[in-house]
Design a protein around this ligand. Sequence first.
Ligand SMILES: [Zn+2]
Length: 451
Amino acid sequence: MSETPSHAVTPRPGIEDRLARMIRLPTVSAERAQRGLEPFEAFAALLPELYPLVHEHLELERVTELGLVYRWRGRREAPDGPLVLMAHYDVVPVDESDDWTYPPFEGRVEDGWVFGRGALDDKGPLVVVLDAVENLLAAGFTPARDVYLSFGGDEESHGAAAEAISDLFRERGIVPWLVVDEGGAVTDSPLPLVPGTSAMVGVGEKGIVTLRLSARGEGGHASAPPTMTAVRRIARAVDRLGPRAFPARTPRAISRMLRLFAEKAEGPARLALRALAATPAATAQAFAAMGGEPAALVRTTVAPTMLAGGTAHNVLPSQASAKVNLRIALGETVEGTAERVRRRVDDPLVTVEVVEGSEPSPESPVDDERFALLAECVGVSHPDALTVPYVVMAATDARYFHRFSPAVYRFAPLTMTKALRETIHGVDERVEVAELVRGETFHRALLERLP
Ligand SMILES: [Zn+2]
């Protein structure tokens, strides 16, 4: 499938400085209404300065105010579609009360690390894509098939840019052969019992829905309350949506992940993992019992996030409401989820409405040349890591492409230990410079090996 690369590539030094310059532009999605587009425009203007060859050789198209799409023409027309490499350049805000070692938008490079908001999510993964393309262009390389770079500037606020970009592909009849976006990473042991590092490749992502539960009741003075008030109804409804509200089911990818982990583990752990891999129903029960992340992998989760009702401490409110955020398991739907919540709440005086929702993605194939290609490239950039499929619990821009293209994988080729993953959307977000170098290696390997 692969061609031996014949061109000599010398990666350009200074990848950490390029990332630092991107971090210095506060492209905070949530602050766009106040700050305007200025940092986003500055970001788009910075790219030609940092990547002159990319801007000389690739065709750039702006899609909405925030979408940047680059087309790199391949050596031939591939009837089965192009490669699409995705990333986003907006970031989440910083909590002013948090105590960062260095200011979050300073873009500090220190002791082999780059610090700042966006270092991992998702400017680091974006830099490694652009560096790989720039380095290959410098060596005179042309990819075997078309390659698109798709960068959105509003992923953290629903990703309208990525949606518009994917719509454009669909209108033009372009179904990508392979899409790679953020979502998975190289991690330390994701499960107890499994030694070493793993490249977790997200083959699907859960859906999301926010529901509003509202109840009406008689208002009045709090001194003589009726048995059932609006507040009680809402409290009971929320209570009926406990962890067991939704059935546990094991996605195919997770059984496959366990099978691969079994090969790596030793002794009793190996047998246990093998047994779990062979019996998805047992896996679902075991993971559900573990709670936390393992449970979230196998079922729709329910998180009550907002409660409202009442205006005075001695007055019965005539209405009360709750917002509940659910992450929908693969294979289920937004409407089916709302319906199940109605049945669980089982109270005709509580209405359940969908505030907003996004369907879960399908599952990309694992027994497939594209998954094998990603694993091969991980072997080049992170030779110690085992490549395994899993399911992403957060939403990514890739979901829009997944609606019409079958092979969408969520993986940033950077090591993110548990401690580092906690800095994403948190404090002291940072990436190791050596990992940026490996990330560039991964994408270069992928571009060179395209069939
Ligand atoms: Zn992200």
